[in-house]
Ligand binder design. Structure first.
Ligand code: 4UV
Length: 544
């Protein structure tokens, strides 16, 4: 099969079988095999052991769904925001929203009120599900946005719940719920079901419209026997999967939550990341499958508490979301000592997310493998002309997992797709004779800190809001443990004085910690093109 992946027109075809995409909603897809593992643990909290069986998860999320429709008037196509850490209830909340006919818009639980309000407004969320502890942030965000939507909290301990907040627990456990309202839900497989936010190649975060079919396609693509990391759930086996990547991000949402629920695995949710707890959880829950990003690979190979015993049950490890140093993988594999099937996946929020993944047993750790089933790639030069094997260019993608588009943003969609419908990733890569991809660089302005998106435009617009700032530009610079960190260049207004620290504090109070700007250089001017675009490459070459 190999060597036939390049067509005469220099399009790279997948070496894997085309996928069949069932004509279902994601909700029906995830539950379709429920009767094979009703008593198995679906999700469990790594900290408290609180969790649900598949049967319970199904029942509770359905009741929650019915109450979303009756008590909260959620209708087909309405967005419902989820701002939760990785708790075992997350998949129930998410699947409940889908069962109610809603669309999940996932929000980073560490966001500030300033960041939350923007997404609530843009997604037109009709309700938000969160923790009692986060209610004050949400109330502040609703105040800033001047909107009022109901807040539903997931109670997971004895912490007090603020007044006037409905509880997920009561809504999902109420046995008097009339589930027959769910018969009114009309959702088709091409309808939107998930609306995460991504800045794409340029600008501020935009709503990424993913359909039921997009995500189901991606689940089927990673089910290919040559690609799959899991083993079938049977009467004698259930994979234990580490839920450390944040569920709000597409990598974990599809690959950990929806996919792992569809195959009946046990999802171990880690609500608060701490290196020791993470490593102990792997050992205690006998993790078989680990989905991680580069900082975790680094940690697993270098932390003093990471030993052979920690990884005793680990069979497969997938890395993605940011570039990985081959030496970090080697160190991890040496620590684990036994044979581990390590692979990289590559993808984006806009592609549900998986575009390429290494096949089973691949030892090419620096590559991200060939395109998954039913997926075609092109590597192109700046004129969108197709390049051939071993030539570096931008990756374009076509496949059933590619988003419908950015919500209400025709301009961004025009830039994101070529005229003949290929999605532009903004990543630079090279493909070998067998269509195996190595990511070379990022062409787009996006910065990734620990694998999280940090859109420079967001930080630039905050910097420009400061009364002493005339102009600003932000670029990503290499960082040893985070991969990249933002660095700002600021032009002050004539006659104004302001310290780096004052500016940092001004910006950092409005954004989540991983977006913090702690490196600011004052300059006389920002290099720009004739059209006014910031010449980031010039800044990089000049200062880094
Ligand atoms: O939109 P996003 O935040 O999405 C992601 C998705 C990560 C995935 C997807 C499928 C997998 O199987 C998997 O293991 C991980 O992070 O950011 C998209 C950008 O992240 C960079 C690249 O610049 C994308 O445009 N990126 C994603 N995966 C890799 C990567 C990788 N393996 N190596 C280098 N950069």
């Amino acid at each position: 099969r190999e060597n036939s992946v390049w067509t005469q027109d220099r399009v790279i075809k997948s070496p894997f079988k085309d996928v069949e995409i069932p004509n279902l909603t994601l909700y029906d897809y995830v539950w379709q095999n429920l009767d094979r593992w009703p008593e198995r643990t679906a999700s469990v909290c790594a900290e408290t052991g609180r969790g649900y069986t598949y049967e319970q998860a199904f029942k509770l999320s359905n009741r929650f769904a019915a109450n979303l429709r009756t008590k909260f008037k959620i209708c087909d196509g309405d967005s419902v925001a989820v701002m939760l850490p990785n708790i075992p209830d997350y998949p129930l909340v998410a699947l409940g929203i889908l069962a109610a006919g809603g669309v999940i818009t996932s929000i980073n639980p560490n966001y500030t009120a300033h960041e939350v309000q923007r997404q609530l407004k843009m997604s037109e969320a009709k309700a938000i599900v969160t923790l009692p502890e986060t209610v004050p942030v949400i109330r502040e965000s609703l105040n800033i946005a001047k909107i009022n939507i109901p807040i539903i909290a997931v109670k997971r301990n004895d912490n007090p719940v603020p007044e006037g907040i409905a509880l997920f627990n009561e809504l999902s456990e109420d046995i008097h719920t009339d589930n027959s309202v769910l018969k009114q839900v009309r959702r088709q497989t091409n309808d939107i079901c998930f609306l995460p936010y991504s800045s794409g190649t340029t600008g501020l975060p935009k709503g990424v419209e993913l359909s039921h079919r997009n995500i189901i396609a991606n689940c089927e693509q990673i089910n290919d026997p040559i690609v799959a990391m899991h083993n079938e759930t049977t009467s004698t086996h259930q994979d234990s999967v580490m839920g450390v990547l944040p569920f709000f991000h597409i990598y974990a949402a599809t690959v950990l939550m929806f996919h792992k629920f569809s195959i009946g695995a046990k999802l171990v949710a880690l609500p608060k990341f701490q290196p020791e707890t993470f490593l102990k959880t792997i050992e205690k829950h006998k993790t078989n499958i680990l989905m991680v990003a580069p900082p975790l690979i680094l940690l697993m190979g270098s932390h003093s508490a990471a030993t052979e015993k920690t990884f005793e049950h680990v069979k497969s490890v997938c890395n993605g979301a940011a570039p990985l140093a081959a030496s970090d993988v080697e160190r991890f594999l040496q620590t684990a000592k036994h044979e581990i099937d390590f692979r990289q996946g590559y993808g984006l929020t806009e592609t549900s997310p998986t575009v390429t993944i290494g096949p089973k047993g691949s030892k090419q750790h620096a590559t991200t493998g060939p395109p998954v089933g039913s997926t075609e790639l092109r590597i192109v030069d700046i004129n969108l002309k197709n390049l051939g094997p071993n030539e570096t260019g931008e990756i374009l993608v076509r496949g059933p997992q590619v988003m419908r588009g950015y919500r209400d943003n025709p301009q961004a969609n025009k830039e994101a797709f070529t005229e003949d419908g290929w999605f532009r990733t903004g990543d630079l890569a090279v493909a070998d004779e067998n269509g195996i991809i190595t990511i070379a660089d990022r062409l787009k302005e996006l910065i990734k800190v620990k694998g999280f998106q940090v859109p420079p435009a967001e930080l630039e617009s905050l910097l420009r809001e400061h009364p002493s700032v005339n102009d600003a530009a932000v670029i990503g610079v290499p960082h040893q443990s985070k991969g990249e960190a933002p660095k700002a260049f600021v032009v002050l207004k004539d006659g104004h004085k302001c310290t780096e620290r004052q500016l940092s504090e001004f910006v950092n109070s409005k954004v989540a910690t991983y977006k913090h700007v702690d490196d600011i250089t004052f300059v006389d001017s920002i290099p720009k093109s004739a059209a006014g675009k910031i010449l980031r490459r010039v800044l990089k070459d000049q200062y880094c």
